[in-house]
Design a protein around this ligand. Sequence first.
Ligand SMILES: *Cc1c(COP(=O)(O)O)cnc(C)c1O
Length: 424
Amino acid sequence: MRIETNCVQAGYTPGNGEPRQIPIIQSTTFKYDTSEDMGKLFDLEENGYFYSRLQNPTCDAVAAKICALEGGSMAMLTGSGQSANFYAVFNIANCGDHVVASSTIYGGSFNLFSVTMKKMGIDFTFVSPDASEEELNAAFRPNTKALFGETIANPALTVLDIEKFARVAHAHGVPLIVDNTFATPINCRPIEWGADIVTHSTTKYMDGHGCTVGGCIVDAGKFDWLKYADKFPGLTTPDESYHGVVYAEKFGLEGAFITKATSQLMRDFGSVQSPQNAFYLNLGLESLHVRMKRHCENAQAVAEFLESSDKISWVSYCGLKNDQYHALAEKYLPNGSCGVVSFGVKGGRKAAESFMKHLKVAAIETHVADAHSCCLHPASATHRQMNDEELVAAGVSPDLVRLSCGLESAEDLIEDIAQALEAI
Ligand SMILES: *Cc1c(COP(=O)(O)O)cnc(C)c1O
């Protein structure tokens, strides 16, 4: 089926007389007739449900839909985008290992990697998303276990050259993990360009209504763990906590990564998405293809207006012909990128604050990527502890405003921006 049909229908096919909408299986546990039946589940001998910390039918149906949208082999939901990225990396990198990541990734991921996972003994090297192949190669070490980047970075809006990153990762015998939150599979499917693992904060466009925090991991099912068996012992040697199962042998390339992440990491860390939240997420997914188109149209119109305004010093949006990432966007995002635009207001920090105070349609929020337009001035909110010099070093200029274009009328958004610029 085409992606529009998969948005609506993939992952759940009701039988005769069964509910049309996915049932919310709001149950922690599942009943069995004999202990032997249940024992087979604990030995990973048979597929089935026993406890919703590991798996739940509602969550699995929604994961299967996202898997179909991304063209993967297997997927799992997580309680947040943070836990999705944590699991995706920690599933293959242990204490003493090393990971290479793009430097413009989401601030939450940057903290997770550079502070919290560092405390767990995993070292990260951050490289520019624009790095050459030679520069990328130079960041690798013998103990490197993954390369990580974002299709469209939040909020830097850099576009990842996925093919190049995949080529470098594979030359070093490690998978490429791509956070595809901002593009969504409607606008880019990283697996088609060589990515091995795709992650999402489903909190953003996938839910799309600002109502549920969640995440997802999709495995392409193509990375050959056994070929690099020494690098990935967690997948290629017996797991004593499951009676010696070897994931890559028992579940194959298609199933090993997600089965291990579910049966070890979800079992032990428990960052589950609730069935109720998975239900809301699925409602969002049913219209993802319709909404993304509108988000992109609105952002394009707003970006073009901003570019033409003499009150704006710069605009960053890869849909603009003059944007630094326009050529990469034409290759990877031919149908649109996302609804988020960054720009600088002439007059710096004070002017940006004044501009935002006068907006009536876009509200001031830390959130992005839902139906309601919203904006953030990082210098006075998320990055307010930094002085102007520190802001520039972090890639966030004092005048930067991040505007997430929602699903309202583009004309209303533009008129609102115009009157707020006049009012500065
Ligand atoms: C928001 C976001 C995350 C974190 O997701 P949460 O659902 O907030 O935990 C990760 N990556 C990107 C690109 C994001 O925008």
